[in-house]
Structures are given as C-alpha cells and as structure tokens.
Ligand binder design. Structure first.
Ligand SMILES: Cc1cc2nc3c(=O)[nH]c(=O)nc-3n(C[C@H](O)[C@H](O)[C@H](O)COP(=O)(O)OP(=O)(O)OC[C@H]3O[C@@H](n4cnc5c(N)ncnc54)[C@H](O)[C@@H]3O)c2cc1C
Ligand code: SF4
Ligand code: SF4
Length: 382
C-alpha cells in the first residue's frame, strides 16, 4: 500500500487506509506538519480536505507502507541485527543510582536518568516526554529542566502524541531534542531520518536521542474510561498503573488504594491499531527500555529495567551515565535475552495473523511488505 500515489490525495488515502481502517496508532507524526491534521482526545482527526497528492500528512506515518528491511539496514549495523528485536549492541539490566528517583519511576528510572543526563550535559536542549492530563488522556511535555523531568516519570498506558510535539518543537526552536517514545513513534521518526522532506531535514538532524519504551499495547481512552467507571475508579484519581510480573491483571493505584482489573476486561479496551503492530521493543530507538522481568527471577528484578543499546549514540549515553555514577548496570543472563526474543517473536506472529485476517490474504499485509525478509521469517512460522 503506497500512500500518496494515483488520483487520490494523500489525505484521502491516509483517511481510508489508516484512520478508517483502524490502523492509526495515534503517534502524532502527521500532526504539526500540516494544519489540517489534529489530535482530539487520543484520536487523529482531519479538519479540512486537502488535494495534495504528495502531502506531508502521510510522509512519515508508521502505518503507510514500510520496507522494514531497508530501513533497518540504513540505520543500523548489519552485524547487530536480530530478527526478533532488531539491532542489539548491548543488552543489560539497569536502574537509576538515586533511590528517590527509583521510588517515583515506573521500574528502575533508567529512562528518566538518561534524559536527565542528556539535558545536564547539553547533548539536548529539550526532552519530549509524556504528561498526564486530569482526565487520563496524555499530552506531550517539552522539558528543559531536570526537576520537571522527574515529575513526568512513570508509564501511562494511553497514547501520547509525542511525534506531534517533536514536529512542533523542531519548528519553533533551534536546539537539539531528545524524545521518549513508543515503538510506532520511533518508527515514524526513523522514516523522517531516512527520507526527510527538504524543509524538514534540519529538524530531524536536531533529534539527538531516541529512547524507546517496550510496548505491548496502548488503551483507547474512551473504552478504558468506561471500564474504570464500571469499577468505581475515577480516572482523575489515578496515580499510577502497572502490569505486575506473571499476573494477567492491570494494577491501578489511586490515593484510596490499589485495584486489580483482569486482562479479560482490559483486552477489549486495547486500541485496534496495536493488534497489527509487530514491534514490542522499539526497534528504531537508540536505546530501548522495559521492565526487567524474566522467569523465576521476576520478583528479584522488581525495580530494575532491561535495556537494549542499539546505536553508537545510545552506547555513548549509557556509558556516560555509568561513568558519572547515575546509572547502575548488570550483565543480563542469556535466558533473559532468549525470553525477550521469544515474546517479541510471539507479538510479530500474532500481529501478522491479525493483519492477514483483516486483509483476507497473505499477499496483502497492509503496511508491511511480504517480500521483506524479516517479515517473511515470521510469516513462514504462522
Ligand atoms: C503504553 C506502554 C506500554 C508498555 N508496555 C510494556 C511492556 O509490554 N513490557 C515492558 O517491559 N515495558 C512496557 N512499557 C515500558 C515500561 O512501562 C516503562 O516505561 C519502562 O520500563 C521504563 O521504565 P523506567 O522506570 O525507566 O521509566 P521512568 O523513568 O519512569 O520514565 C518513563 C518515561 O516514559 C514516558 N512515558 C510514559 N508514558 C508514555 C507514553 N504513553 N508514551 C510515551 N512516553 C511515555 C514518561 O513521560 C517518562 O519520561 C510500556 C510503556 C508504555 C508507555
Ligand atoms: S499512525 Fe500516526 S501518522 Fe499515521 S495517521 Fe495515525 S497519527 Fe497520523
Ligand atoms: S503496540 Fe505498537 S501500535 Fe500500539 S502503541 Fe505500542 S508501538 Fe504503537
């Protein structure tokens, strides 16, 4: 599926093949480049019609056609590439050295400590992270100050329009930028890096660090809020959410205590687009960060992250954090990496099955190419 060709405008094709097809991840890449695309709640909306055949709205959409193989080979060292989790230069367990930061972070505070350091060392002038609004929906925050960054720690399982905030920041300022993103957002930014449009080339050059979060799914704001009300939880009262290792529940904390909601009820709230997503580890980030849960050591590793270092920029930032004493790292056992690869492969296979069910044919993989060797590998095993 190539958007922006033929008689129809890019905007029409984006509407038909991404928005109406349930493939929109809410990444925000089409917002801020074109005045007609906006985010409303957690949905992307087209305000006015546009007739351009090569509009910016579709240029970096992670659900417009992607040649994963070529994107990977242009960004990463071929020797580092793995089929399941993309490029791996290093794989570790890590956590912030500061226990106060760990106490407010989602897991080990690795993401916040790395962004903190990038700001403090002047590697970036702004960090774009996620920031909750009172009604649970997420907005992006553009942070220049270390203490402000700590206030944004923690995971929010609703989409944050981070790439839209990147587009805005890059247009309005001249400084260097770092972002914390989900895998689909890292993919949109990778598309910008590889094929910037003439007037956006400077913007993407100023993107100096991409920290990707592992991601299983995000929730639809509308459906999830309805579920919360059914469980007598006021969305505005939520202080944090997590998925405790080995349990099929979503743990929701409010000032009044913690409630567990079974995945059976959470599952119908997952955004449809996430069911067609093949990336669980942010394969296009410089560094990817998730929870360090694996096998029997799940409890022991509570409060730690697992990280994949993918690029030399990522390597430099992690090494600097260790040498400054702000990040602790441990070698991760080989079983943890195997477990991660197995889980990542399972997500790819499930997504491909869902894609084929949707399109009706293994020859039509919606935004993926069936000739892509990385896709082929998981198709064959379906
Ligand atoms: C939607 C979602 C699904 C996830 N699924 C998994 C999973 O299946 N397995 C797993 O191991 N880990 C998953 N994670 C990642 C995990 O929850 C932690 O974010 C990660 O381990 C980093 O922990 P930390 O303590 O270093 O983060 P912290 O130091 O607490 O920093 C977290 C950073 O992430 C930013 N952030 C929060 N929510 C979002 C969002 N929606 N979009 C963009 N940025 C955001 C915050 O603003 C903050 O800067 C998911 C995260 C999200 C947002
Ligand atoms: S996936 Fe991203 S770029 Fe594509 S339509 Fe949705 S918000 Fe826009
Ligand atoms: S599961 Fe995929 S599509 Fe959904 S938010 Fe995560 S990275 Fe994006």
């Amino acid at each position: 599926m190539v958007l922006g060709t033929g008689k129809r405008s890019s905007q029409d094709l984006l509407k038909k093949r991404v928005l109406e097809a349930g493939l929109c991840t809410g990444c925000g890449a089409c917002v801020g480049l074109c005045p007609y695309q906006v985010i409303y709640s957690d949905r992307t909306v087209q305000l006015h019609r546009c007739d351009l055949k090569d509009g910016k709205c579709q240029a970096f959409c992670p659900r417009a056609e992607i040649d994963f193989g070529s994107l990977r080979s242009r960004i990463f060292d071929a020797a580092d590439l793995t089929p399941e989790i993309g490029a791996v230069q290093g794989y570790y367990f890590s956590r912030a050295a500061d226990p106060q930061l760990r106490a407010i972070a989602q897991h080990g505070g690795t993401v916040t400590v790395l962004m903190d350091l990038a700001l403090a060392e002047g590697l970036i002038d702004s960090a774009i992270v996620s920031s909750g609004r009172r009604n649970l929906e997420q907005n992006s925050a553009i942070i220049k100050d270390k203490d402000e960054l700590r206030k944004k720690a923690g995971s929010k399982f609703l989409v944050s329009p981070t790439v839209a905030a990147f587009n805005q920041t890059a247009a309005e300022s001249t400084g260097n930028i770092g972002v914390v993103v989900t895998p689909c957002q890292a993919l949109a930014l990778a598309k910008m890096k590889i094929k910037p449009r003439k007037d956006d080339a400077d913007s993407i050059d100023r993107l100096k660090i991409v920290i990707g979060l592992y991601c299983g799914w995000t929730l639809s704001a509308e459906k999830f809020k309805a579920l919360l009300w059914q469980n007598n939880i006021d969305p505005a009262e939520i202080t944090s959410m997590d998925i405790p290792g080995g349990q099929k529940v979503l743990a929701i904390k409010t000032a009044g205590g913690e409630k567990m909601i079974s995945f059976d009820y959470v599952d119908p709230c997952i955004r449809e687009a996430c069911r067609y997503c093949i990336d669980s580890t942010a394969e296009f980030a410089d560094i990817s960060v998730g929870a360090a849960r694996f096998g029997a050591a799940g409890e022991e590793m509570r409060g730690w992250n697992q990280i994949i270092v993918r690029t030399s920029r990522g390597r430099q930032l992690v090494d600097l954090a260790v040498s400054r004493g702000v990040l602790e790292i441990r070698e991760a056992p080989a079983e943890a990496l195997q477990e991660l690869k197995k889980a990542a492969a399972a997500k790819k296979k499930t997504a491909l099955k869902n894609i084929i069910r949707k399109s009706g044919s293994a020859r039509n993989l919606l935004y993926l190419r069936s000739s892509d060797p990385f896709v082929k590998k998981f198709l064959a095993k379906n």
